[in-house]
Structures are given as structure tokens and as C-alpha cells.
Design a protein around this ligand. Structure first.
Ligand code: 3HC
Ligand code: NAI
Length: 694
């Protein structure tokens, strides 16, 4: 039964029952129509409550049905039936009312919600627009400005905020069904007029709606650069303002019809499901129990401080241990400063700051952290230091504790060997800034136990990260594959391009920053140190660009010295091309005996992206990543790869694997060994297959 019908006194109750999230599949749509018709026809029924079974109201349309031929009845027909009911209809919302779920609720005459409920129209995030009346009804209940914000961002509002905006009529404590039935009975007793939102005018709050729309367009163009759906959603809102309800609705239906099969929407749906797939491991199911979580962090530098903040932000107490009291104080001061900045920007309140700071406790010895369930080491990136720390952790930590390292390049198995319990050791690779970046690479060592992996996945979720499991190799998945892009960017500059040209191509593709702007932000000394650590092992016959070293040696360390691959005006982070750098580059090309040539934007894009894609294919065939989609999720959350392009693997499939393979072979011919094609890439190209099953 997808919609169960029952009665409480004179109130009919339609219970949506479609686990796991009550998505609006065809049976639910039909069930709502049948239910409301039965209630209307029954003289013993005076009002109707619509509620979700389980922990949620309705998560929206069934995304798995998208791209397939639509099956009647349409959702809008079911919603119209609820709205047209002559008997009051009350939506009772717990958990989420998202997309079609909120549209169902807006079709009801009243809405009550639990305090933890959330309502929103996230359709733009999957490349479409709200297609069952949300665009037309939300501004009528919440006013234009608030509705614009919610529809264009796709972000939900929590119940108290939704109540302020008028989206929810009452936030109720106690049993939701009981409260909703009582609400419905009051509506009947008080003969409250039924509020059909289609009949309500849109409130603009005295503001010029054209200006509001223009400003929303500009914001969306910045925040979701290159993505079509937010702009199309604004078109729909404009129609809702200027056309009668039914005409505007018909126009929205036409637009959503165009968007659903679009490349962007396909890629965004792929990203949605890839993210959920990444949480699933073939050898770990629900029977593997995660451990409880109290945490400690070793090292309060850039990463350790950020990691401690992740716990505090999630309301979890965390202990911080340093090598000296002075270093610990510096770390805590750094945390205080970062929170102070957030207060200043209005992101958190001073009370939030105080609460979070209080959750971070100083620890002065290994014994003091011994009872923590999980400890994350973020000390210096040196094997000797890591081994010393892990030997101490082995002695101090209680049995069963998870011992994690945030190393970015060192061998997790070797670190584990410093303990007598390598099964408890795992890599938890955060990205900088750790309290902001959502990717968490969960690096499974050769001996890591399953429950340690499962606990790490739970931890990721709890601190708001997207955890993706991978195996051990140098640089793991994300940095190893991204490193190839940087490598080619440097070679392109040696061959004739300039940093701003390369950066512009990647920026225009949709990356948040080009590789040279990223290098300036991260610090040119950081990558310089990594290269020095690789000098001894780097094969002498491999091509190596000395240009970045020369930029470093000229004292240009990036944004922190106001000079790097670019120059920077005081107080401004905008990268400006610098003739001094150009001179270094030209000299470097000459010294390498390279005759510079004009380089096309197409070549830049192909060399940068295909180098990474070829490496991703190698990572996949080595089994370091489990699925192509896992790699895509890492790029989306680790590097801001444009979500509407799915990720590098999905992008390769869109371009055509055979085309990518041909280009890789050609670059191999031109540039040699570093372009050795991945056998998996070759196999897929030759058999006409894809990475992602697209
Ligand atoms: N359709 C189909 N499946 C869905 C779904 C949907 N709308 N929403 C979630 N699911 C599935 C997930 O794929 C997952 O399946 P799996 O267990 O097989 O992997 C399962 O439900 C549980 O989902 P999560 O793991 O994400 O569970 P959470 O508890 O973390 O989150 C959620 C629940 C907040 C509902 C989150 O899943 C979510 O944000 N869902 C998408 C919401 C959305 O985009 N709705 C709009 C749909 S478009 C629409 O309504 C168009 C309309 O305007 C006509
Ligand atoms: P950092 O130099 O800013 O901080 C390291 C901190 O560890 C210092 O405060 C130091 O006093 C402390 N420390 C050193 N030895 C210690 C010991 N034995 N016991 C306790 N504390 C000790 O370095 P950063 O950048 O925070 O890096 C830390 C780790 O995170 C490294 O392994 C690094 O590779 C990794 N990492 C760094 C990223 C980055 O972007 N900076 C990104 C991802 C991982």
C-alpha cells in the first residue's frame, strides 16, 4: 500500500508509505488521488490530514523515474485534487518535505510541522525546476524575495524559519499525527476559510520585482556558474509574476520538459546517485557495527586546527594534543581567529562561537586522550614523526580505538606498522581548509579492519563530510589524479602558454580556479617541498619542468608574499599577470631548449583534463578506487569540479572514451612516457564501453 487510508474521528488520514523516503512514485500519486476522492465522498469525513510514514514526509518526485516515459497520473493532477477539495486538507510534516514533497504540502490548505522538519525546493540542484506548482505557489505563501532565495539556491528552510515565512502554519511539539488531526478539527470547528494558494496574489514587499529577479540572476551566475537550471527557475518565477497561474504553470511544465533530458540534468542526477553509491562497500554491510565516537586530534597546525573545528561544528567534543604548550596555544588562537572571522561575516553568532570553542579541550599528554574512540593525527609530514606518534598512540589508546592519520603522501601501511594493531589504523585525508572542504578520503590500509572503515564512514557523515573509501598509493586518489593536471599545466607554460591563459581555460570550463591561482593560494613553497622530497626517487628520464622551482627561488611564494605565478595588490586576492613571471617563464623555456609556440585553448583543456582522466583510469584498474563514480565524487567535493559535468570520469564518457584515448595516444607520441595510456582506457575505448555506464 503506497498511500494508506484511515480515519480518526471525522478526520481522514492519508499516510504516504513508500520507503525509504516516500518518493512520489506513480502508486503514491494515484494513492493520493484515490484517498482524497474517498474522503470527499464520505459524509462522515470533515477534513483530511496527509502525513508520511516513517521519519519523513516526502523527499520529492522519484528521481529514478526521470528520463523514462512519464506515467500518469501526473503529480500536478494529484496536487490539484488536494487543493480543490471542499474539505480542509492539512499536511503534517516531519523530516523533509522536498521538491514534489513541498509541492504536495503547498497544494494542501494548511501545513503543520515538527520542529526538526525541513522544507525546500532543491530541484535546481538536479538540473531542473520545481514542476508541480512549487514555483507558482511558494512565492504566494512566502513572498517573492524569500521564495526566490529558496528556489534559486535549492536550500531548505527549517521549520521555525518556515513558520516565520508563513510556509508552515504551526510548529507542533508532541505526536505529529495527533496534533495535525486536532489542527484539522479546529479548522472545521472554526470554519476557517480554505487557503488555496493558487488564488493568493504574490507579495513583493513593496520592492521592484524586476530588480529582485536581476539580483537573483547575478547571484546565481556567480554561485552556480555555468549551470542552467537556476536561471531557468528565475524565468519560471518571472512567469509566475506576469502570467495567470495556469499559464505560468504550463510554461514551467514546458521548461521542465526541456530540462529533464538535458546533459546537465543527467550529470547532476548522476552526481546525486554517485554520492550515495560511494557510501556502499561490497564487503561492509549493516551487520558491521560502527564504534561510538569521542575524538582527539594530534597536531594543531593548519590541518589539525581545522579538523578539531569539524568536530566542534558538529557539536562533538574533541581533545587537541600538541608537541608543546606554546604550539597548542598557537593552534587554539588560530581556531579562535577563524571562528571570530565567521562571526564577523555573520555566518555564526558569538554564542555559537563560544559553544564551539568550549567543545575543543586542551590535552597535555597521550594518557589524557587514551579513552577517545578515535584519534586523528595531523603532525608534520615526515615518516619518522608519524611513526613516533603512532607508537605512542599504540601504548596510550584504549583497545578498539580508531587510529587515523591525515597524511597526504605517506604510506598508511608503513605508519600502521609502527603499532601492534595495524587493523585499527586508517587514513582520514581531509582537504584544506579542513573545516570547509567536504571531501574526506577514507584510506583503507592493507590490514584495516572493516569496523574501522565503517566507523570512519559514520564519522564522515556526522561531521558533514562526504567520505569516499580508497586504497593506499602515493597521493591517494584525489591528489594523485589532480597532480597530472598540474603537471601538464606547467609543461604548457614551458611550451608557449602563460599562466593566466591556462587558468582561464580551466575556469571557463567550470573549475573554481585554475592550477596557477591554486598554487598561489596553497603556497609555492608547499609544492616545492613536495618536489624536493621526490627528487631522490624521480626517474631521471622523466620530463620535469624547472619553472615552478625558479618562481619559488625568486622568492615568489604565492599570495602570502603578494607574488607567485601572479602578482597581488595589497588587500586584494585578484591574480594579476606579472611581466616578471613572464620573463622567468621565457628564460626557462630557452634554457630547456624549447621553442615557444602558440597554444590553443582546446589543447590546454585536453592536455590538462585527459592527463588526469588517464591517471584516474590507472587508479581504477589498480583497484585503488572502487568505482569511477567514487573518483567523480572526490573531484566534485575535493576540487570543485563543475557538478553539472558530473566529474572527470563522467566527462570522459560525455566526450567519448575513444576520443579521449585517441588524444592520449597522440600526446604519448608527442610528449613521451608520462602519457603512457592506461590499459583500462584502451580496453574501454576498443570495446565501445564507458567508465560510468552512461
Ligand atoms: N527519488 C528517488 N530516490 C531517492 C530520492 C528521490 N527523490 N531521494 C532519496 N532517494 C533514495 C536515495 O537514492 C537512497 O537510496 P539508496 O539507499 O538506494 O542509496 C535513499 O533514498 C536514502 O537517501 P539518502 O541516503 O540520501 O538518505 P538521507 O537520509 O541522507 O537523505 C534526503 C534523505 C534528504 C531525502 C536526500 O536523499 C535528498 O535530498 N533527496 C533528494 C531530494 C530531492 O532532490 N527532491 C526533489 C526531487 S525532484 C522533484 O521533486 C520534482 C518535482 O518538482 C516535480
Ligand atoms: P602544520 O605544520 O601546519 O602543522 C603540524 C602541527 O603538528 C604543528 O603545529 C606541530 O607543532 C605539530 N606537531 C608536529 N609534530 C608533533 C608531534 N610529534 N606531536 C604533536 N604535534 C606535533 O602542518 P599541516 O599543514 O597542518 O599538515 C599536517 C598533516 O596534514 C601533514 O601530514 C600533511 O601532509 C597533512 N595534510 C596537509 C594538508 C594541507 O593542505 N596543509 C592537506 C591534507 C593533509
Amino acid at each position: 500500500m503506497s498511500v494508506a487510508y484511515s480515519q480518526q474521528g471525522s478526520v481522514a488520514v492519508l499516510t504516504i508509505d513508500n520507503p525509504p523516503v516516500n518518493a512520489l512514485s506513480v502508486a503514491v500519486r494515484q494513492g493520493m488521488i484515490d484517498g482524497i476522492e474517498r474522503a470527499i465522498a464520505d459524509p462522515a469525513v470533515a477534513a483530511v490530514v496527509v502525513i508520511g510514514k516513517g521519519k519523513t514526509f516526502i523527499a520529492g518526485a522519484d528521481i529514478r523515474e526521470f528520463g523514462k516515459p512519464p506515467q500518469p497520473p501526473r503529480l500536478s493532477v494529484a496536487i490539484a485534487a488536494l487543493e480543490a477539495s471542499p474539505k480542509p486538507v492539512v499536511a503534517a510534516i516531519d523530516g523533509v518535505a522536498l521538491g514534489g514533497g513541498l509541492e504536495v504540502a503547498l497544494g494542501c490548505h494548511f501545513r503543520v510541522a515538527t520542529p526538526r522538519a525541513q522544507v525546500g525546493l532543491p530541484e535546481v540542484k538536479i538540473g531542473i525546476v520545481p514542476g508541480a506548482g512549487g514555483v507558482e505557489r511558494l512565492p504566494r505563501v512566502a513572498g517573492l524575495e524569500a521564495a526566490l532565495k529558496m528556489i534559486v539556491s535549492g536550500d531548505p528552510a527549517r521549520a521555525p524559519q518556515a513558520a516565520k515565512l508563513g510556509i508552515v502554519d504551526a510548529v507542533v511539539e508532541g505526536d505529529l499525527l495527533t496534533e495535525a488531526v486536532a489542527f484539522a478539527q479546529r479548522v472545521v470547528a472554526e470554519k476557517k476559510p480554505l487557503r488555496r494558494l493558487r488564488e493568493v496574489p504574490i507579495e513583493t514587499g513593496g520592492k521592484d520585482w524586476r530588480a529582485l529577479l536581476a539580483s537573483a540572476r547575478a547571484t546565481a551566475a556567480k554561485q552556480t556558474r555555468g549551470q542552467i537550471s537556476p536561471q531557468r527557475a528565475i524565468d519560471c518565477i518571472e512567469n509566475a509574476l506576469t502570467l495567470p497561474f495556469d499559464k505560468a504553470f504550463a510554461e514551467t511544465a514546458r521548461i521542465i520538459g526541456e530540462l529533464i533530458p538535458s546533459e546537465q540534468a543527467k550529470a547532476l542526477r548522476y552526481a546525486f546517485f554517485s554520492e550515495r553509491e560511494a557510501a556502499k562497500l561490497p564487503d561492509i554491510d549493516a551487520s558491521v557495527q560502527a564504534k561510538p565516537l569521542t575524538a582527539a586530534v594530534i597536531g594543531a597546525g593548519t590541518m589539525g586546527a581545522g579538523i578539531a573545528m569539524c568536530f566542534a561544528d558538529a557539536g562533538t567534543p574533541v581533545q587537541l594534543l600538541e608537541s608543546s604548550a606554546a604550539a597548542l596555544d598557537r593552534g587554539l588562537a588560530r581556531i579562535d581567529g577563524l571562528y571570530a572571522e565567521m562571526v564577523q561575516k555573520g555566518r555564526i553568532t558569538p554564542e555559537d562561537k563560544a559553544k564551539r570553542v568550549e567543545l575543543i579541550a586542551k590535552a597535555t599528554s597521550y594518557d589524557a586522550i587514551g579513552q577517545a574512540d578515535i584519534v586523528i593525527e595531523a603532525a608534520f609530514e615526515e615518516m619518522g614523526v608519524k611513526k613516533e606518534v603512532f607508537a605512542k598512540l599504540d601504548r596510550a589508546m584504549k583497545p578498539g580505538a580508531v587510529l587515523a592519520t591525515n597524511t597526504s603522501t605517506l604510506d598508511v601501511n608503513e605508519i600502521a606498522s609502527a603499532t601492534k594493531r595495524p587493523e585499527s589504523v586508517i587514513g582520514l585525508h581531509f582537504f584544506s581548509p579542513a573545516n570547509v572542504m567536504r571531501l574526506l578520503e577514507i584510506v583503507r590500509g592493507a590490514k584495516t579492519a572493516k569496523d574501522v572503515v565503517a566507523t570512519s564512514q559514520v564519522l564522515a557523515r556526522r561531521i558533514g563530510k562526504v567520505g569516499v573509501v580508497c586504497g593506499v598509493c602515493h597521493g591517494f586518489v584525489a591528489n594523485r589524479s589532480r597532480g597530472q593536471l598540474t603537471r601538464e599545466a606547467n609543461f604548457l607554460v614551458d611550451e608557449g602558454a602563460l599562466p593566466h591563459q591556462v587558468d582561464k581555460v580551466l575556469y571557463d570550463f567550470g573549475m573554481p580556479m585554475g592550477p596557477f591561482a591554486v598554487a598561489d593560494l596553497a603556497g609555492i613553497d608547499v609544492s616545492w617541498r613536495v618536489r624536493r622530497s621526490q627528487d631522490a626517487t624521480r626517474p631521471k628520464d622523466l620530463r620535469y619542468s624547472p619553472t615552478a622551482d625558479r618562481v619559488h627561488d625568486a622568492g615568489r611564494l604565492g599570495q602570502k608574499t603578494a607574488k607567485g605565478w601572479y602578482r597581488y595588490e595589497p588587500g586584494n586576492r585578484a591574480p594579476l599577470p606579472d611581466p616578471e613571471v613572464e620573463a622567468i617563464i621565457l628564460q626557462s623555456s630557452r634554457d630547456q631548449g624549447i621553442t615557444r609556440r602558440p597554444i590553443s585553448d582546446d589543447e590546454i583543456l585536453a592536455r590538462c583534463l585527459y592527463a588526469s582522466i588517464n591517471e584516474c583510469a590507472k587508479i581504477l584498474e589498480e583497484g585503488i578506487a572502487l568505482r569511477a563514480s567514487d573518483i567523480d565524487v572526490m573531484w566534485l567535493y575535493g576540487f570543485g569540479f563543475p557538478r553539472w559535468r558530473g566529474g572527470p570520469m563522467y566527462y570522459a564518457d560525455t566526450v567519448g572514451v575513444a576520443k579521449v584515448y585517441d588524444a592520449v595516444r597522440e600526446f604519448h607520441r608527442q610528449h613521451g612516457k608520462l602519457w603512457e595510456p592506461s590499459p583500462l582506457l584502451a580496453k574501454l575505448a576498443e570495446s565501445g564501453k564507458t567508465f560510468t555506464g552512461r
